[in-house]
Design a protein around this ligand. Structure first.
Ligand code: OSB
Ligand code: MG
Length: 368
């Protein structure tokens, strides 16, 4: 393939309700949507998971636009590419900026799978026809409200419930949830809200039979996590700390993590995500696919990745309707009883609705 034309769109989508983590609140979803067009006319879609603010990671919508326009797109336009796994190599001189890289790489994977007449899931080596999913629930104003929300999602059949925690919204919250939902798979995500000095507090969470605790310590740490894991019975799952196969290998070798949350954008694309998956499979580390409040295009990529064998734990890719009144894809992603049926048509398997995209677009630029 030869990509001859790329369109960057900045979209803004209203969210049904604000989503609060230990680092801040999102009340609308802003992101870059990438459209790449091959010389033969095939169109591929990619989504950057960078937010409008640099709270989860240092990347933002604006830094991604800069990286794409000034560095990444010029490396891709008019270049002969045989396989999307080459894109990583092409970008290798550019440090970090994984979400920007991933958005473009994802669009190229979409084109490649259409041109080879297979689903993206199949192109990645995935075999599952259905994937199990859980749901992630933000910090609420009261434990009572949280219990109501959890009850609703348990009723919908989500396969595990993840709740955000932070200092003063942790032990009592998890105690109440475990008491109220004795048989539900529950986990907590701290988004780096604690320090090693909080070990005694975190040990109290061992009483609640949690599936795992996600990213308790600093977003760039793998050393203290190893020490904390020695003290905890609950498995630690790293999210923010893992940006590459090398990061995963080091964290696993150190004993910093027993489970890995793979986010395509955080690790720089599908090629690296598959490598981390394969490494974890060989080393008996279960993985699951994380979420970044994605629109349908990002969700479609997550669904495809989750079909790989070692995605044995439910991920965060809930229904499109979890956050949005109207998603940009058709059909929307639908989880029924905590299970999503994987599309079998070529490419990402969902159709992007251009009118809907247009209605959410606040800026747009074309590159040829
Ligand atoms: O840490 O997984 C996270 C949302 C925004 C930023 C970070 C995270 C999250 C989520 C929500 O947990 C996942 C989703 O529903 O898309
Ligand atoms: Mg997380």
């Amino acid at each position: 393939m030869k990509i001859e034309h790329i369109v960057i769109r900045h979209l803004e989508m209203d969210m049904k309700a604000p989503f609060t983590t230990s680092f801040g609140t999102f009340d609308k979803k802003e992101f870059l949507l990438l459209e790449a067009i091959d010389a033969d006319g095939t169109i591929g879609w990619g989504e950057s998971v960078a937010f409008n603010v640099p709270f989860y990671s240092e990347e933002t919508v604006k830094t991604n636009w800069h990286m794409l326009e000034d560095f990444l797109i010029p490396l891709i336009l008019h270049k002969e590419i045989i396989h999307p796994s080459e894109v990583n190599e092409i970008f290798s001189a550019i440090r970090k900026n994984n979400m920007a890289k991933s958005a473009l790489e994802g669009a190229i994977w979409d084109i490649y799978s259409q041109q080879t007449n297979q689903s993206l899931a199949h192109a990645l080596g995935g075999t599952r026809k259905n994937i199990d999913v859980g749901i992630s629930i933000g910090i609420q104003n009261s434990i009572e409200e949280l219990v109501d929300i959890v009850a609703g999602f348990v009723k919908e059949g989500y396969k595990r419930i993840k709740v955000k925690i932070k200092p003063d919204w942790d032990v009592e919250v998890m105690r109440t949830l475990r008491k109220t939902f004795p048989d539900v798979a529950i986990m907590a995500d701290a988004n780096s809200a604690y320090r090693l000095a909080d070990t005694e507090l975190l040990k109290q969470l061992d009483d609640f039979d949690l599936m795992m605790i996600e990213q308790p310590l600093a977003s760039d740490d793998i050393i203290d996590h190893a020490q904390l894991q020695q003290e905890l019975a609950t498995p630690i799952c790293l999210d923010e700390s893992i940006h590459s196969l090398e990061d995963a290998r080091k964290a696993v070798e150190l004993g910093s993590t027993k489970i890995i949350n793979i986010k395509i954008g955080r690790v720089g694309g599908l090629t690296e995500a598959v490598k981390i998956h394969d490494y974890c499979k060989e080393n008996n580390i279960p993985v699951w696919c994380g979420g970044m409040l994605e629109s349908g295009v990002g969700r479609a990529h997550n669904v495809a990745l989750t079909t790989l064998e070692n995605f044995t734990l439910p991920g965060d890719t809930a229904s499109s309707s979890r956050y949005f009144e109207k998603d940009i894809i058709e059909p929307e992603v639908i989880a029924e009883n905590g299970s999503i049926e994987v599309p079998e048509t070529a490419g990402i398997g969902y159709t992007v609705n251009r009118d809907t995209v247009e209605s959410y677009t606040v800026a747009k630029k074309e590159y040829k």
